[in-house]
Design a binder for this molecule. Structure first.
Ligand code: UD1
Ligand code: PEP
Length: 425
């Protein structure tokens, strides 16, 4: 579908309040995890995003029936697995879909899943997923761009991840939930999205302990029941809006947040001079009280500063006088925002995964998002400038931000876009 670019007339005073959607990166694995139950499941807090529509297409192929009940609630039911393959046409659209391997394997004993391939900014290997499966007793072969996974009986054993991987931890847990084995995963991810999927699975009768620590134990159970669950708020979207407020030197109430999920982000913005106050599940972000200072930022796994906010932070720092250094060792190639920010007058020098950013006054320009968070960096930058910034590549923004133009208009922005949720309804 050809989408109209996002048109932003920046430089207007922004303020008021904005409500954060529920988490894309938590919702996707929770949706996939419903494959483990034969019973109907109702999920609340599912954002209307193209990634959600993509995973639902893949799940329809596997045998899941779904129905939206209200704006952000979804009923899912997989009485039988009808196909055990996840074809390239569906998996290649979205890397997160690779975790269907664990779920199909658990439910059907065999899964053929296309290799996810690279993404917009560089390689994203799945070697840890593969090593975990093999260590836990799965026979896994590669053929013609597909992984074929088979298990005889239940998964059993102990695997130590060589690095922290969110998706690898999801995949291994999903594969181990059904059966009568015991699986211990060490050096597991402690990411909020792993904890959310585990809480959901346990609410259906799974026996998983240790989520949120580096050692997770999954004891197989014969089956899961149905149920309902609400996905956590989106900490990446919340962080995006916090940086937007800082870049605009305005005061914004950011609603529907888990402040405890945002400690590293809050601390870095406070170090810059942004005042942040907690009011229950609202953060009041005030960038009007002091001149902002440059800072140095390095991405890490949760609870460190997230790579998914690195481009947005870079856009913010591009507006702050002085020298900031941003490093993204998690994804060293995640730099597609840089050339586009240069078009808007940003002064960023790149060496390896290090950006040296000299703050400057940005100006409007036609730009193109090449991936989701690069797109977010561009709308943050565009909102700070006088004149009209036209952002192409809106399909990437629709992967991660629900009804973006409408919500930005709600805080005073002059933004035009054909929002996805409206287009799909
Ligand atoms: C849909 C979703 O939730 N995506 C998030 C998830 O992606 P995803 O789960 O794909 O990211 P991982 O946590 O697996 O990746 C973390 C690091 O481990 C490396 N790695 C990962 C797996 C593997 O088998 N081998 C390997 O070397 C990656 O290259 C990266 O450097 O976590 C990333 C890191 O927080 C976020 O940027 C993504 O937004
Ligand atoms: C990179 C992201 O998602 P994915 O892992 O699906 O590419 C993201 O949410 O920023």
């Amino acid at each position: 579908m050809q989408l109209t670019p996002l048109h932003i007339k920046g430089g207007r005073a922004l303020g008021g309040e904005i409500t954060v959607q529920h988490s894309k990166n938590a919702a996707l694995p929770v949706i996939v995890a419903t494959l483990l139950s034969r019973e109907p499941v109702t999920l609340h807090g599912i954002p209307r995003l193209s990634d959600v529509y993509t995973i639902l297409d893949l799940m329809a192929h596997l045998g899941t029936q779904h129905k939206w009940v209200g704006d952000n609630s979804l009923e899912l039911h997989t009485p039988e697995i009808l196909n055990t393959d996840a074809p390239y046409a569906l998996v290649s659209k979205m890397r997160a879909s690779f975790i269907v391997m664990g779920a199909i394997l658990a439910r059907a004993g065999q899964a053929t899943v296309s290799m996810p391939g690279g993404c917009a900014w560089g390689p994203r290997p799945v070697d840890q997923h593969v090593k975990a499966f093999r260590a836990l007793g799965v026979t896994l072969t590669e053929d013609g761009g597909n992984f074929d996974a088979r298990r005889e009986g239940s998964l059993n054993g102990h695997f130590v991840f060589e690095l922290l991987t969110v998706g690898g931890t999801h995949n291994a847990i999903l594969a181990a939930v059904l059966g009568d084995g015991v699986v211990v995963l060490d050096n597991a991810s402690i990411d909020t999205d792993v904890v959310d999927m585990v809480e959901f699975l346990n609410s259906l009768g799974a026996d998983i302990s240790g989520a949120g620590t580096n050692s997770i134990t999954v004891r197989g159970v014969p089956e899961l029941r149905g149920g309902s669950y609400t996905v956590i708020p989106d900490r990446i979207e919340a962080g995006t809006f916090m940086m937007l407020a800082a870049a605009n030197r305005c005061r914004l109430r950011v609603r529907n947040v888990r402040p405890d999920h945002l400690r590293a982000v809050t601390a870095k913005l406070q170090e810059m001079g942004v005042q942040i106050t907690e009011d229950g599940n609202t953060l009041i972000v005030d960038a009007t009280v002091a001149d902002l200072k440059p800072v140095n930022v390095t991405t890490q796994s949760y609870p460190g500063f997230p790579t998914d906010l690195q481009p947005q932070m870079s856009a913010l720092l591009a507006t702050v006088p002085g020298t900031s250094v941003v490093q993204d060792p998690v994804y060293p190639d995640r730099l597609t925002h840089v050339a586009e920010l240069h078009r808007m007058g940003a002064n960023i020098t790149v060496s390896g995964y290090t950006q040296v950013i000299q703050g400057a006054k940005l100006h409007a320009a036609p730009v193109k998002a090449a991936d989701l968070r690069a797109g977010a960096a561009l709308f943050i930058a565009g909102l700070t400038t006088e004149g009209e910034t036209v952002i192409d590549g809106v399909q990437y923004l629709n992967r991660g931000y629900e009804r973006l133009a409408e919500r930005l208009r709600g805080i005073g922005a002059n933004v035009l876009q054909h929002d996805l949720a409206l287009a799909m309804d």
